[in-house]
Design a protein around this ligand. Structure first.
Ligand code: ZN
Length: 285
């Protein structure tokens, strides 16, 4: 059985903490370095529901994409929801480790997993990491489809390949426009419009697109937008990460059991399709 410190060292080699953004909070949140690790659970969000799942599973290590504490704290009192998470983890001897922006820009990273889920061929990073001489690391990915699809078909592909959420898939653009090249970015992507336009792709698949950036992007170019739930765009990374740790475990004879949480932790839980146009909705008269 490997020690937690050995497993963390292997994870840090996949996603070096030094490559995280300065504002980010990655690495080990809690855990005993000398504790033995048998079961590892991968999930997007370190929320109570996931921690309870880790307890039920008998996991020794929970690896999440999102940090528990991004901005620091002065308390882990169990009456706070994050404090409750910390207490549950420590009482059950479960370590928590976070790989966030260091996993986004890794090779393979979060957007490779997103591209893989849709069977897209990655041609390179959308925002290359200047410190990578091979040019393989960076934020987002530029991809090609194996055959052109209409925006309608491509949105349907995203809806069928990504895990199901209440939001589903939103698209902006001519539904019959042909899509050959796509920029993808797991998580919130509307800060990347400039790079997406420069890449000259037909569509941009990401999450959390806001009204103004999306509206401006549509006015400036025929770029089609495909917006999925934030959680859904990052969940494929959990499977990719678990497979990476499985390969390491096999090589080193660790015998780790890895699991990927299927719990949907996207905060949006319901969706009501609109049925009225502006002329028929609103206050009477
Ligand atoms: Zn995210």
């Amino acid at each position: 059985m490997p020690r937690l410190s050995e497993v963390i060292a292997a994870l840090d080699a996949l996603w070096p903490p030094s490559r995280a953004e300065q504002w980010d909070a990655v690495g080990t949140v809690c855990g005993e370095p000398d504790a033995e690790v048998t079961r590892v659970l991968f999930a997007v969000d370190p929320v109570q529901e996931i921690v309870d799942e880790a307890v039920e599973l008998g996991a020794d290590l929970l690896v999440t994409h999102h940090p528990l504490y991004l901005r620091g704290t002065t308390t882990v009192e169990a009456g706070t929801f994050k404090g409750r998470v910390v207490h549950t983890l420590i009482k059950n001897d479960i370590a928590l480790h976070v790989a966030h922006t260091n996993a986004d820009t890794a090779d393979p990273g979060v957007s490779d997993a997103l591209a893989g889920a849709l069977d897209l061929r990655v041609t390179g990073p959308l925002v290359p990491d200047p410190t990578d001489p091979a040019g393989r690391r960076g934020l987002g990915r530029i991809c090609e489809l194996d055959h052109p699809e209409t925006l309608r078909e491509f949105a349907a592909r995203a809806a069928s390949r990504l895990p199901s959420t209440a939001q589903g898939i939103r698209a902006a653009g001519d539904p019959d426009a042909l899509i050959r090249t796509v920029a993808v970015s797991g998580g919130s992507g509307d800060s990347l419009f400039e790079q997406v336009r420069a890449a000259g792709v037909d569509a941009f698949l990401t999450a959390d697109l806001r009204h103004h950036p999306a509206s401006e992007a549509r006015e400036r170019s025929p770029l089609a937008l495909v917006d999925a739930a934030h959680w859904a765009t990052e969940w494929p990374w959990c499977e990719q990460a678990a497979a990476q740790l499985d390969a390491i475990s096999e090589r080193r004879g660790w015998g780790l059991r890895t699991h990927v949480s299927r719990t949907v932790t996207d905060p949006w839980t319901a969706h009501a399709p609109s049925v009225t146009s502006p002329s028929t909705s609103g206050a009477p008269n």
